[in-house]
Design a protein around this ligand. Structure first.
Ligand SMILES: Nc1ncnc2c1ncn2[C@@H]1O[C@H](COP(=O)(O)OP(=O)(O)OP(=O)(O)O)[C@@H](O)[C@H]1O
Ligand SMILES: [Mg+2]
Length: 213
């Protein structure tokens, strides 16, 4: 993965520079529109590359003590504050202090990727039914367990085994199939475990992370 990311750097930089030159030469609106479309695709390719590179950069790992419940509350508030988000999120915690050690920006990305999937299913629904996501947290042995359960439709049993593969998506061109792959990478970096199970219409993603005493 690291080698591929490195090899893509050159051509992408080249394309960005050529695009800027083309923009200066573009003389019609139609041409400018095409170049804008190209710029959008190029930006998403560049973002993806940055994401892959940052995942490989272990030195950017910033460990700190994390109050899990407080962090999750803050993240959920942030998601819910966007009125266009078509899901209802309910946070359930067992009133115990759950502290872990980790890199909060990476963990947030993992959680966001999982929540994003519930939002995607809600957006794809045609019945306008609001999808509910329950996020629950509790201590389970030596782990802090976070469970994301939604009722957005569920996943075919045949598919469950492939969900963590890079580029595995059932959503077509607009998604890259990297959300769960990245989430798992982050959880493993934190010496944790992640699994997905589904019983239609429910999907449940469980993350266990080593808890601090
Ligand atoms: N909550 C969910 N409900 C139903 N299906 C899900 C859910 N979460 C994941 N999936 C299935 O797992 C697949 C892989 O998810 P993943 O997040 O890795 O990729 P993606 O969402 O398709 O693309 P990306 O995350 O890169 O935008 C999805 O395409 C979808 O089929
Ligand atoms: Mg996703």
């Amino acid at each position: 993965m690291r080698v591929i990311a490195h090899d893509l750097n050159g051509p992408l930089t080249g394309m960005n520079l050529t695009l800027q030159a083309c923009r200066k030469l573009a003389s019609t609106d139609a041409m400018r529109q095409l170049l804008n479309a190209l710029a959008t695709d190029l930006t998403s390719a560049t973002d993806l590359l940055e994401e892959l590179k940052s995942l490989n950069r272990r030195d950017t790992f910033r460990m700190q003590k994390i109050d899990l419940v407080a962090e999750m509350k803050a993240l959920i508030d942030q998601v819910q504050s966007n009125p266009r988000v078509p899901i209802f999120i309910d946070l359930v915690d067992s009133n115990e202090k759950l502290t872990i050690a980790g890199d909060i920006s990476r963990l947030r990305r993992a959680w966001q990727n999982i929540i994003r999937n519930t939002i995607d299913t809600a957006e794809a629904r045609k019945d306008g039914e609001r999808v509910a996501l329950q996020v629950s947290m509790k201590r389970s042995g030596a782990s802090a367990r976070i469970r994301f359960s939604d009722n957005g439709g569920g996943i075919d049993r045949r598919r469950v085994a492939r969900l963590f593969e890079p580029f595995y998506t059932t959503k077509g061109e607009k998604n890259r199939g990297l959300g769960l792959f990245i989430a798992r990478k982050i959880v493993i970096e934190h010496h944790g475990k992640i699994r997905v199970s589904s019983k239609k219409p429910m999907t449940r993603v469980t993350i266990d992370l080593p808890a601090l005493p």
